[in-house]
Every structure is written in structure tokens, then in C-alpha cells.
Design a protein around this ligand. Structure first.
Ligand SMILES: [Fe+2]
Ligand SMILES: [Fe+2]
Length: 191
């Protein structure tokens, strides 16, 4: 079974690949056709869905472990969850826009820069200390919880829900079910 670092690293590589793909364009400003803009919107939806699940699961399982095991856990977790909350506001706005709107590219650009910094923060500032402090069995258990949690995690950013693990674990399943119902009704995230 993959440990927590392997599971999170796989998500990070997927997000980075999606960002690189979106960066290639074409965009509304660089002559994208209607079909290309529709595809761009779908790609952004997939990015928002994957990112929402990833951050919600980190908030439920990863940051509590950082706080418990990392010597500087509280400071690091506070900083990282603040970054995550900020990104959710950007993604919630982005989710409402069509790819033909210039604000769409503006927000996507903001998110791209912030997400790259956030991933680097987690992997270079948080992971090394946690790797040496976290017992292997706990790292495995966390990996399993996060991998399994993908099925029931929220698919929308929810910037107004506090990033507290207790709130997410209590409200999370209902929020995720509502997200999925809305996704199904609107065709969001499907090809
Ligand atoms: Fe994160
Ligand atoms: Fe992450």
C-alpha cells in the first residue's frame, strides 16, 4: 500500500501536468475556437474537482498529522491551510466563468502560480521533517485514508467552510454528496 507521501505526490504531479497543459492554450485571447474553449472549460473543471478533493483530504487527514508529529507542525499547517483557503476562493470564482471570459484566464493564472508555490511549500518545507518524524505505519495508514477518501471527498472548493478537520469530517459527506448531485445534474467534470 502506498504511503501518504506517495499518494500526495501522485496528486501533485497530476495537478502540475494539468496546469502545464492549460498553460499551452490556446485561450480566448490567442484565437481558440469555440470547441477549444469548451474543452478548456472542461479541463478547468477537472482541475477544480481534483484540487478540491486533494485539499479537503489534506485538511481532514494530513494537516492533523503534521500538527501532531512535525516539530514545527502548527506553524506549517497554519501557513499551508491559509494558502489552501485562498486558492479555494480563486477556484470558486473560476468555476463560475466560461473560458471565453478574460477573467477566466486571469484567475487561472493566479491559481497556477499559487498552486505551484503551494506544492513546493508542502514538498520542501513540510514533507522532509514529517518523513523523519512519522512512523512508517502511520504514513501507510494516512496514505490509505487519503486514497480511499477520494471516492467521497467534496468536488467543489467551498471557501466558506472552515478548514478544520472536525468540521470537514462531520459536514464533509453531506457536502460531497451535494457536490456530486450538482455535478450529475449539470454534467460538470464529464466528457
Ligand atoms: Fe495542500
Ligand atoms: Fe498537496
Amino acid at each position: 500500500m502506498a504511503d501518504v507521501f506517495t499518494v500526495l505526490a501522485q496528486d501533485h504531479r497530476e495537478v502540475q501536468a494539468m496546469l502545464a497543459e492549460l498553460e499551452k492554450g490556446p485561450t480566448g485571447a490567442t484565437g481558440a475556437s469555440a470547441d477549444q474553449l469548451a474543452l478548456r472549460k472542461k479541463m478547468a473543471e477537472t482541475l477544480i474537482i481534483e484540487e478540491s478533493k486533494h485539499e479537503a483530504l489534506e485538511e481532514m487527514y494530513f494537516w492533523p498529522a503534521v500538527r501532531e508529529h512535525h516539530p514545527a507542525g502548527d506553524t506549517l499547517a497554519d501557513e499551508a491551510t491559509a494558502q489552501e483557503q485562498e486558492a479555494k476562493h480563486v477556484l470558486a470564482d473560476l468555476d463560475k466563468l466560461d473560458a471565453s471570459e478574460s477573467r477566466f484566464e486571469e484567475l487561472l493564472g493566479t491559481f497556477t502560480a499559487a498552486a505551484r508555490e503551494h506544492i513546493a511549500f508542502e514538498e520542501t518545507r513540510v514533507w522532509p521533517g514529517l518523513r523523519s518524524a512519522l512512523p512508517a505505519q502511520v504514513a501507510d495508514e494516512l496514505g490509505t485514508k487519503i486514497a480511499d477518501g477520494k471516492k467521497t471527498a467534496p468536488t467543489r472548493p467551498h471557501p466558506h467552510t472552515p478548514a478544520a478537520p472536525s468540521v470537514l469530517k462531520t459536514a464533509g459527506p453531506a457536502v460531497a454528496a451535494a457536490d456530486k448531485a450538482r455535478d450529475a445534474a449539470t454534467g460538470r467534470g464529464t466528457d
